[in-house]
Design a protein around this ligand. Sequence first.
Ligand SMILES: [Zn+2]
Length: 267
Amino acid sequence: MKKFLWLLIILITITSILCLIKEKKEDKKIVVDNPYKVFTFYKEENLERYKKYKKLNNLDIKDIILRVNMGLDNSFYTHTKEVTFDKLMLVNKYNYVSKDFEVPNLVPVKEFAKEGMYLEKECMEAFVKMAQDALKSNYNIRAISTYRTYNYQENLYQNYVKKDGVKEADTYSARPGFSEHHTGLAIDVDNIKTSYTDFLNTKEFQWMQDNAYKYGFILRYGKDKENITGYMYEPWHYRYVGKDIAKYIYENNITFEEYYYEFIEKN
Ligand SMILES: [Zn+2]
């Protein structure tokens, strides 16, 4: 009887060990079969697109997922989605606002701006504070383009198209509905003296490089980020995202798109 009991214990132990080994192997198999699945922003419905994009692009798995989720495996202005107001909303060449989109708490920018400029209230207050602090150190920051209506962007874009054609215009101007300026959270700046297109070469730009994030602003269309943002380098265009996120984006040298699809977009 005692012998039988011992045999049983040994048998159970061996079976348990075998089961454990099998489970471990299966765990490993899932990871090898689908390395995309380990990321929280992985989307089952995009798996085939990840695989296809991976074949065409030498990027790590995380970037493959993020970029496909952004829609970058499709051309700009295709597979677009309408978005509504949120302080962390994303408006780009895949995400647009409708013709009747409205910004809550749109207020005039009474200082450090050209006439007739409007911004979302929190963004306006952060901007004025930033411009005030800059001025204390003798740097002139002025808002020259802020909130834009759909109609305004439509005229602007059509004029650029007439001048340069659609292909060229698309590299520097947004189509109506697709401009971040519709959100009331984006600002183009200059230093009063020089044209905004030369902002890169001003001491104010250097100041903005080092300080904008402390006030919650990010340089929205960074250098060598065109393939993600869809826009050439724009040293004059800033977006308000709040201090914490601005700091993260600044320190990691990423785009708002990358931040948005990793941390904000809900699956
Ligand atoms: Zn702009």
